[in-house]
Design a protein around this ligand. Structure first.
Ligand SMILES: [Zn+2]
Length: 244
């Protein structure tokens, strides 16, 4: 299994696309698709079999209309699975209709909704997906993608919870939002994320969704954090591919 990083940024960073990762296996699963992600996906020429959406914020799902429109252009015939919370699925329908009215009737392939819920498990080819809530301003589910003994986890947005920490236990690679050094109500604090990942025995931690001002002004502090732990702490950029 590989993780192709399409973006690792927060919502409004001019230098980093919104955080999005393509899991490459026999089945290719795209994790989130914000408004600045589509060009990164198209440049990769990667096939997408299924799409997971962690929550309904624009920097995590407003890229979907363009991605689907280009698939129709090709034209795609294979079904596309959309794995997400029921509320997000409903909102996605509204966003697709707003972006390209009446496009549903002209779509060249079916969308297949698969509900994600905390504690449930979804089989997707050789992959097994499980989910846990984080603490965010709206409902967000972190995901664990397991393939045999290997696992890649992805937080979406929000501070970690006991459930999401348990979801990450022993993961080979964890993409976790690490928004800032300050405590925020609905985002993770950088040092706490690293400490949590060490406790959860995560093998490699990729810090994502870092607030743009922190990237600009506190690079030394972020770098220092990477080398004070017993695990590998990565700062991935769009285009990087990480094998597990
Ligand atoms: Zn969000």
């Amino acid at each position: 299994m590989k993780a192709l990083v399409l973006g690792s940024g927060e919502a409004f960073d001019e230098n980093f696309a919104n955080t999005s990762v393509l899991i490459e296996s026999e089945t290719n699963l795209l994790l989130d698709c914000g408004f600045s992600v589509p060009p990164m996906l198209w440049r990769s020429h990667a096939r997408v079999d299924a799409l997971y959406l962690s929550h309904a914020h624009a920097d995590h799902f407003f890229g979907v209309p363009a991605v689907l429109a280009r698939m129709c252009d090709e034209p795609r015939r294979e079904p596309l699975k959309i794995i997400t919370q029921y509320d997000v699925w409903l909102r996605l329908g509204q966003v697709l209709e707003l972006a390209y009215p009446a496009s549903e009737a002209k779509r060249t392939f079916p969308l297949e909704f698969v509900e994600a819920s905390a504690g449930a498990s979804v089989a997707l080819g050789e992959l097994t997906l499980t989910f846990a809530p984080t603490r965010h301003s709206i409902s967000n589910l972190a995901i664990r993608v397991a393939c045999g003994e290997r696992a890649i986890c992805f937080s979406g947005d929000g501070a970690f919870t006991p459930q999401s920490k348990a979801l990450y236990q022993g993961a080979d690679l964890l993409f976790h939002e690490a928004y800032s050094f300050e405590q925020k109500n609905s985002h993770s604090q950088m040092e706490e994320v690293v400490a949590m990942a060490v406790e959860a025995q995560v093998k490699r931690l990729a810090l994502t969704h870092i607030e743009r001002g922190v990237r600009r002004n506190e690079r030394g502090r972020v770098e220092a954090l990477r080398y004070d732990t017993g695990i590998a702490v990565l700062l991935p950029k769009g285009g990087e591919r990480i094998a597990v």
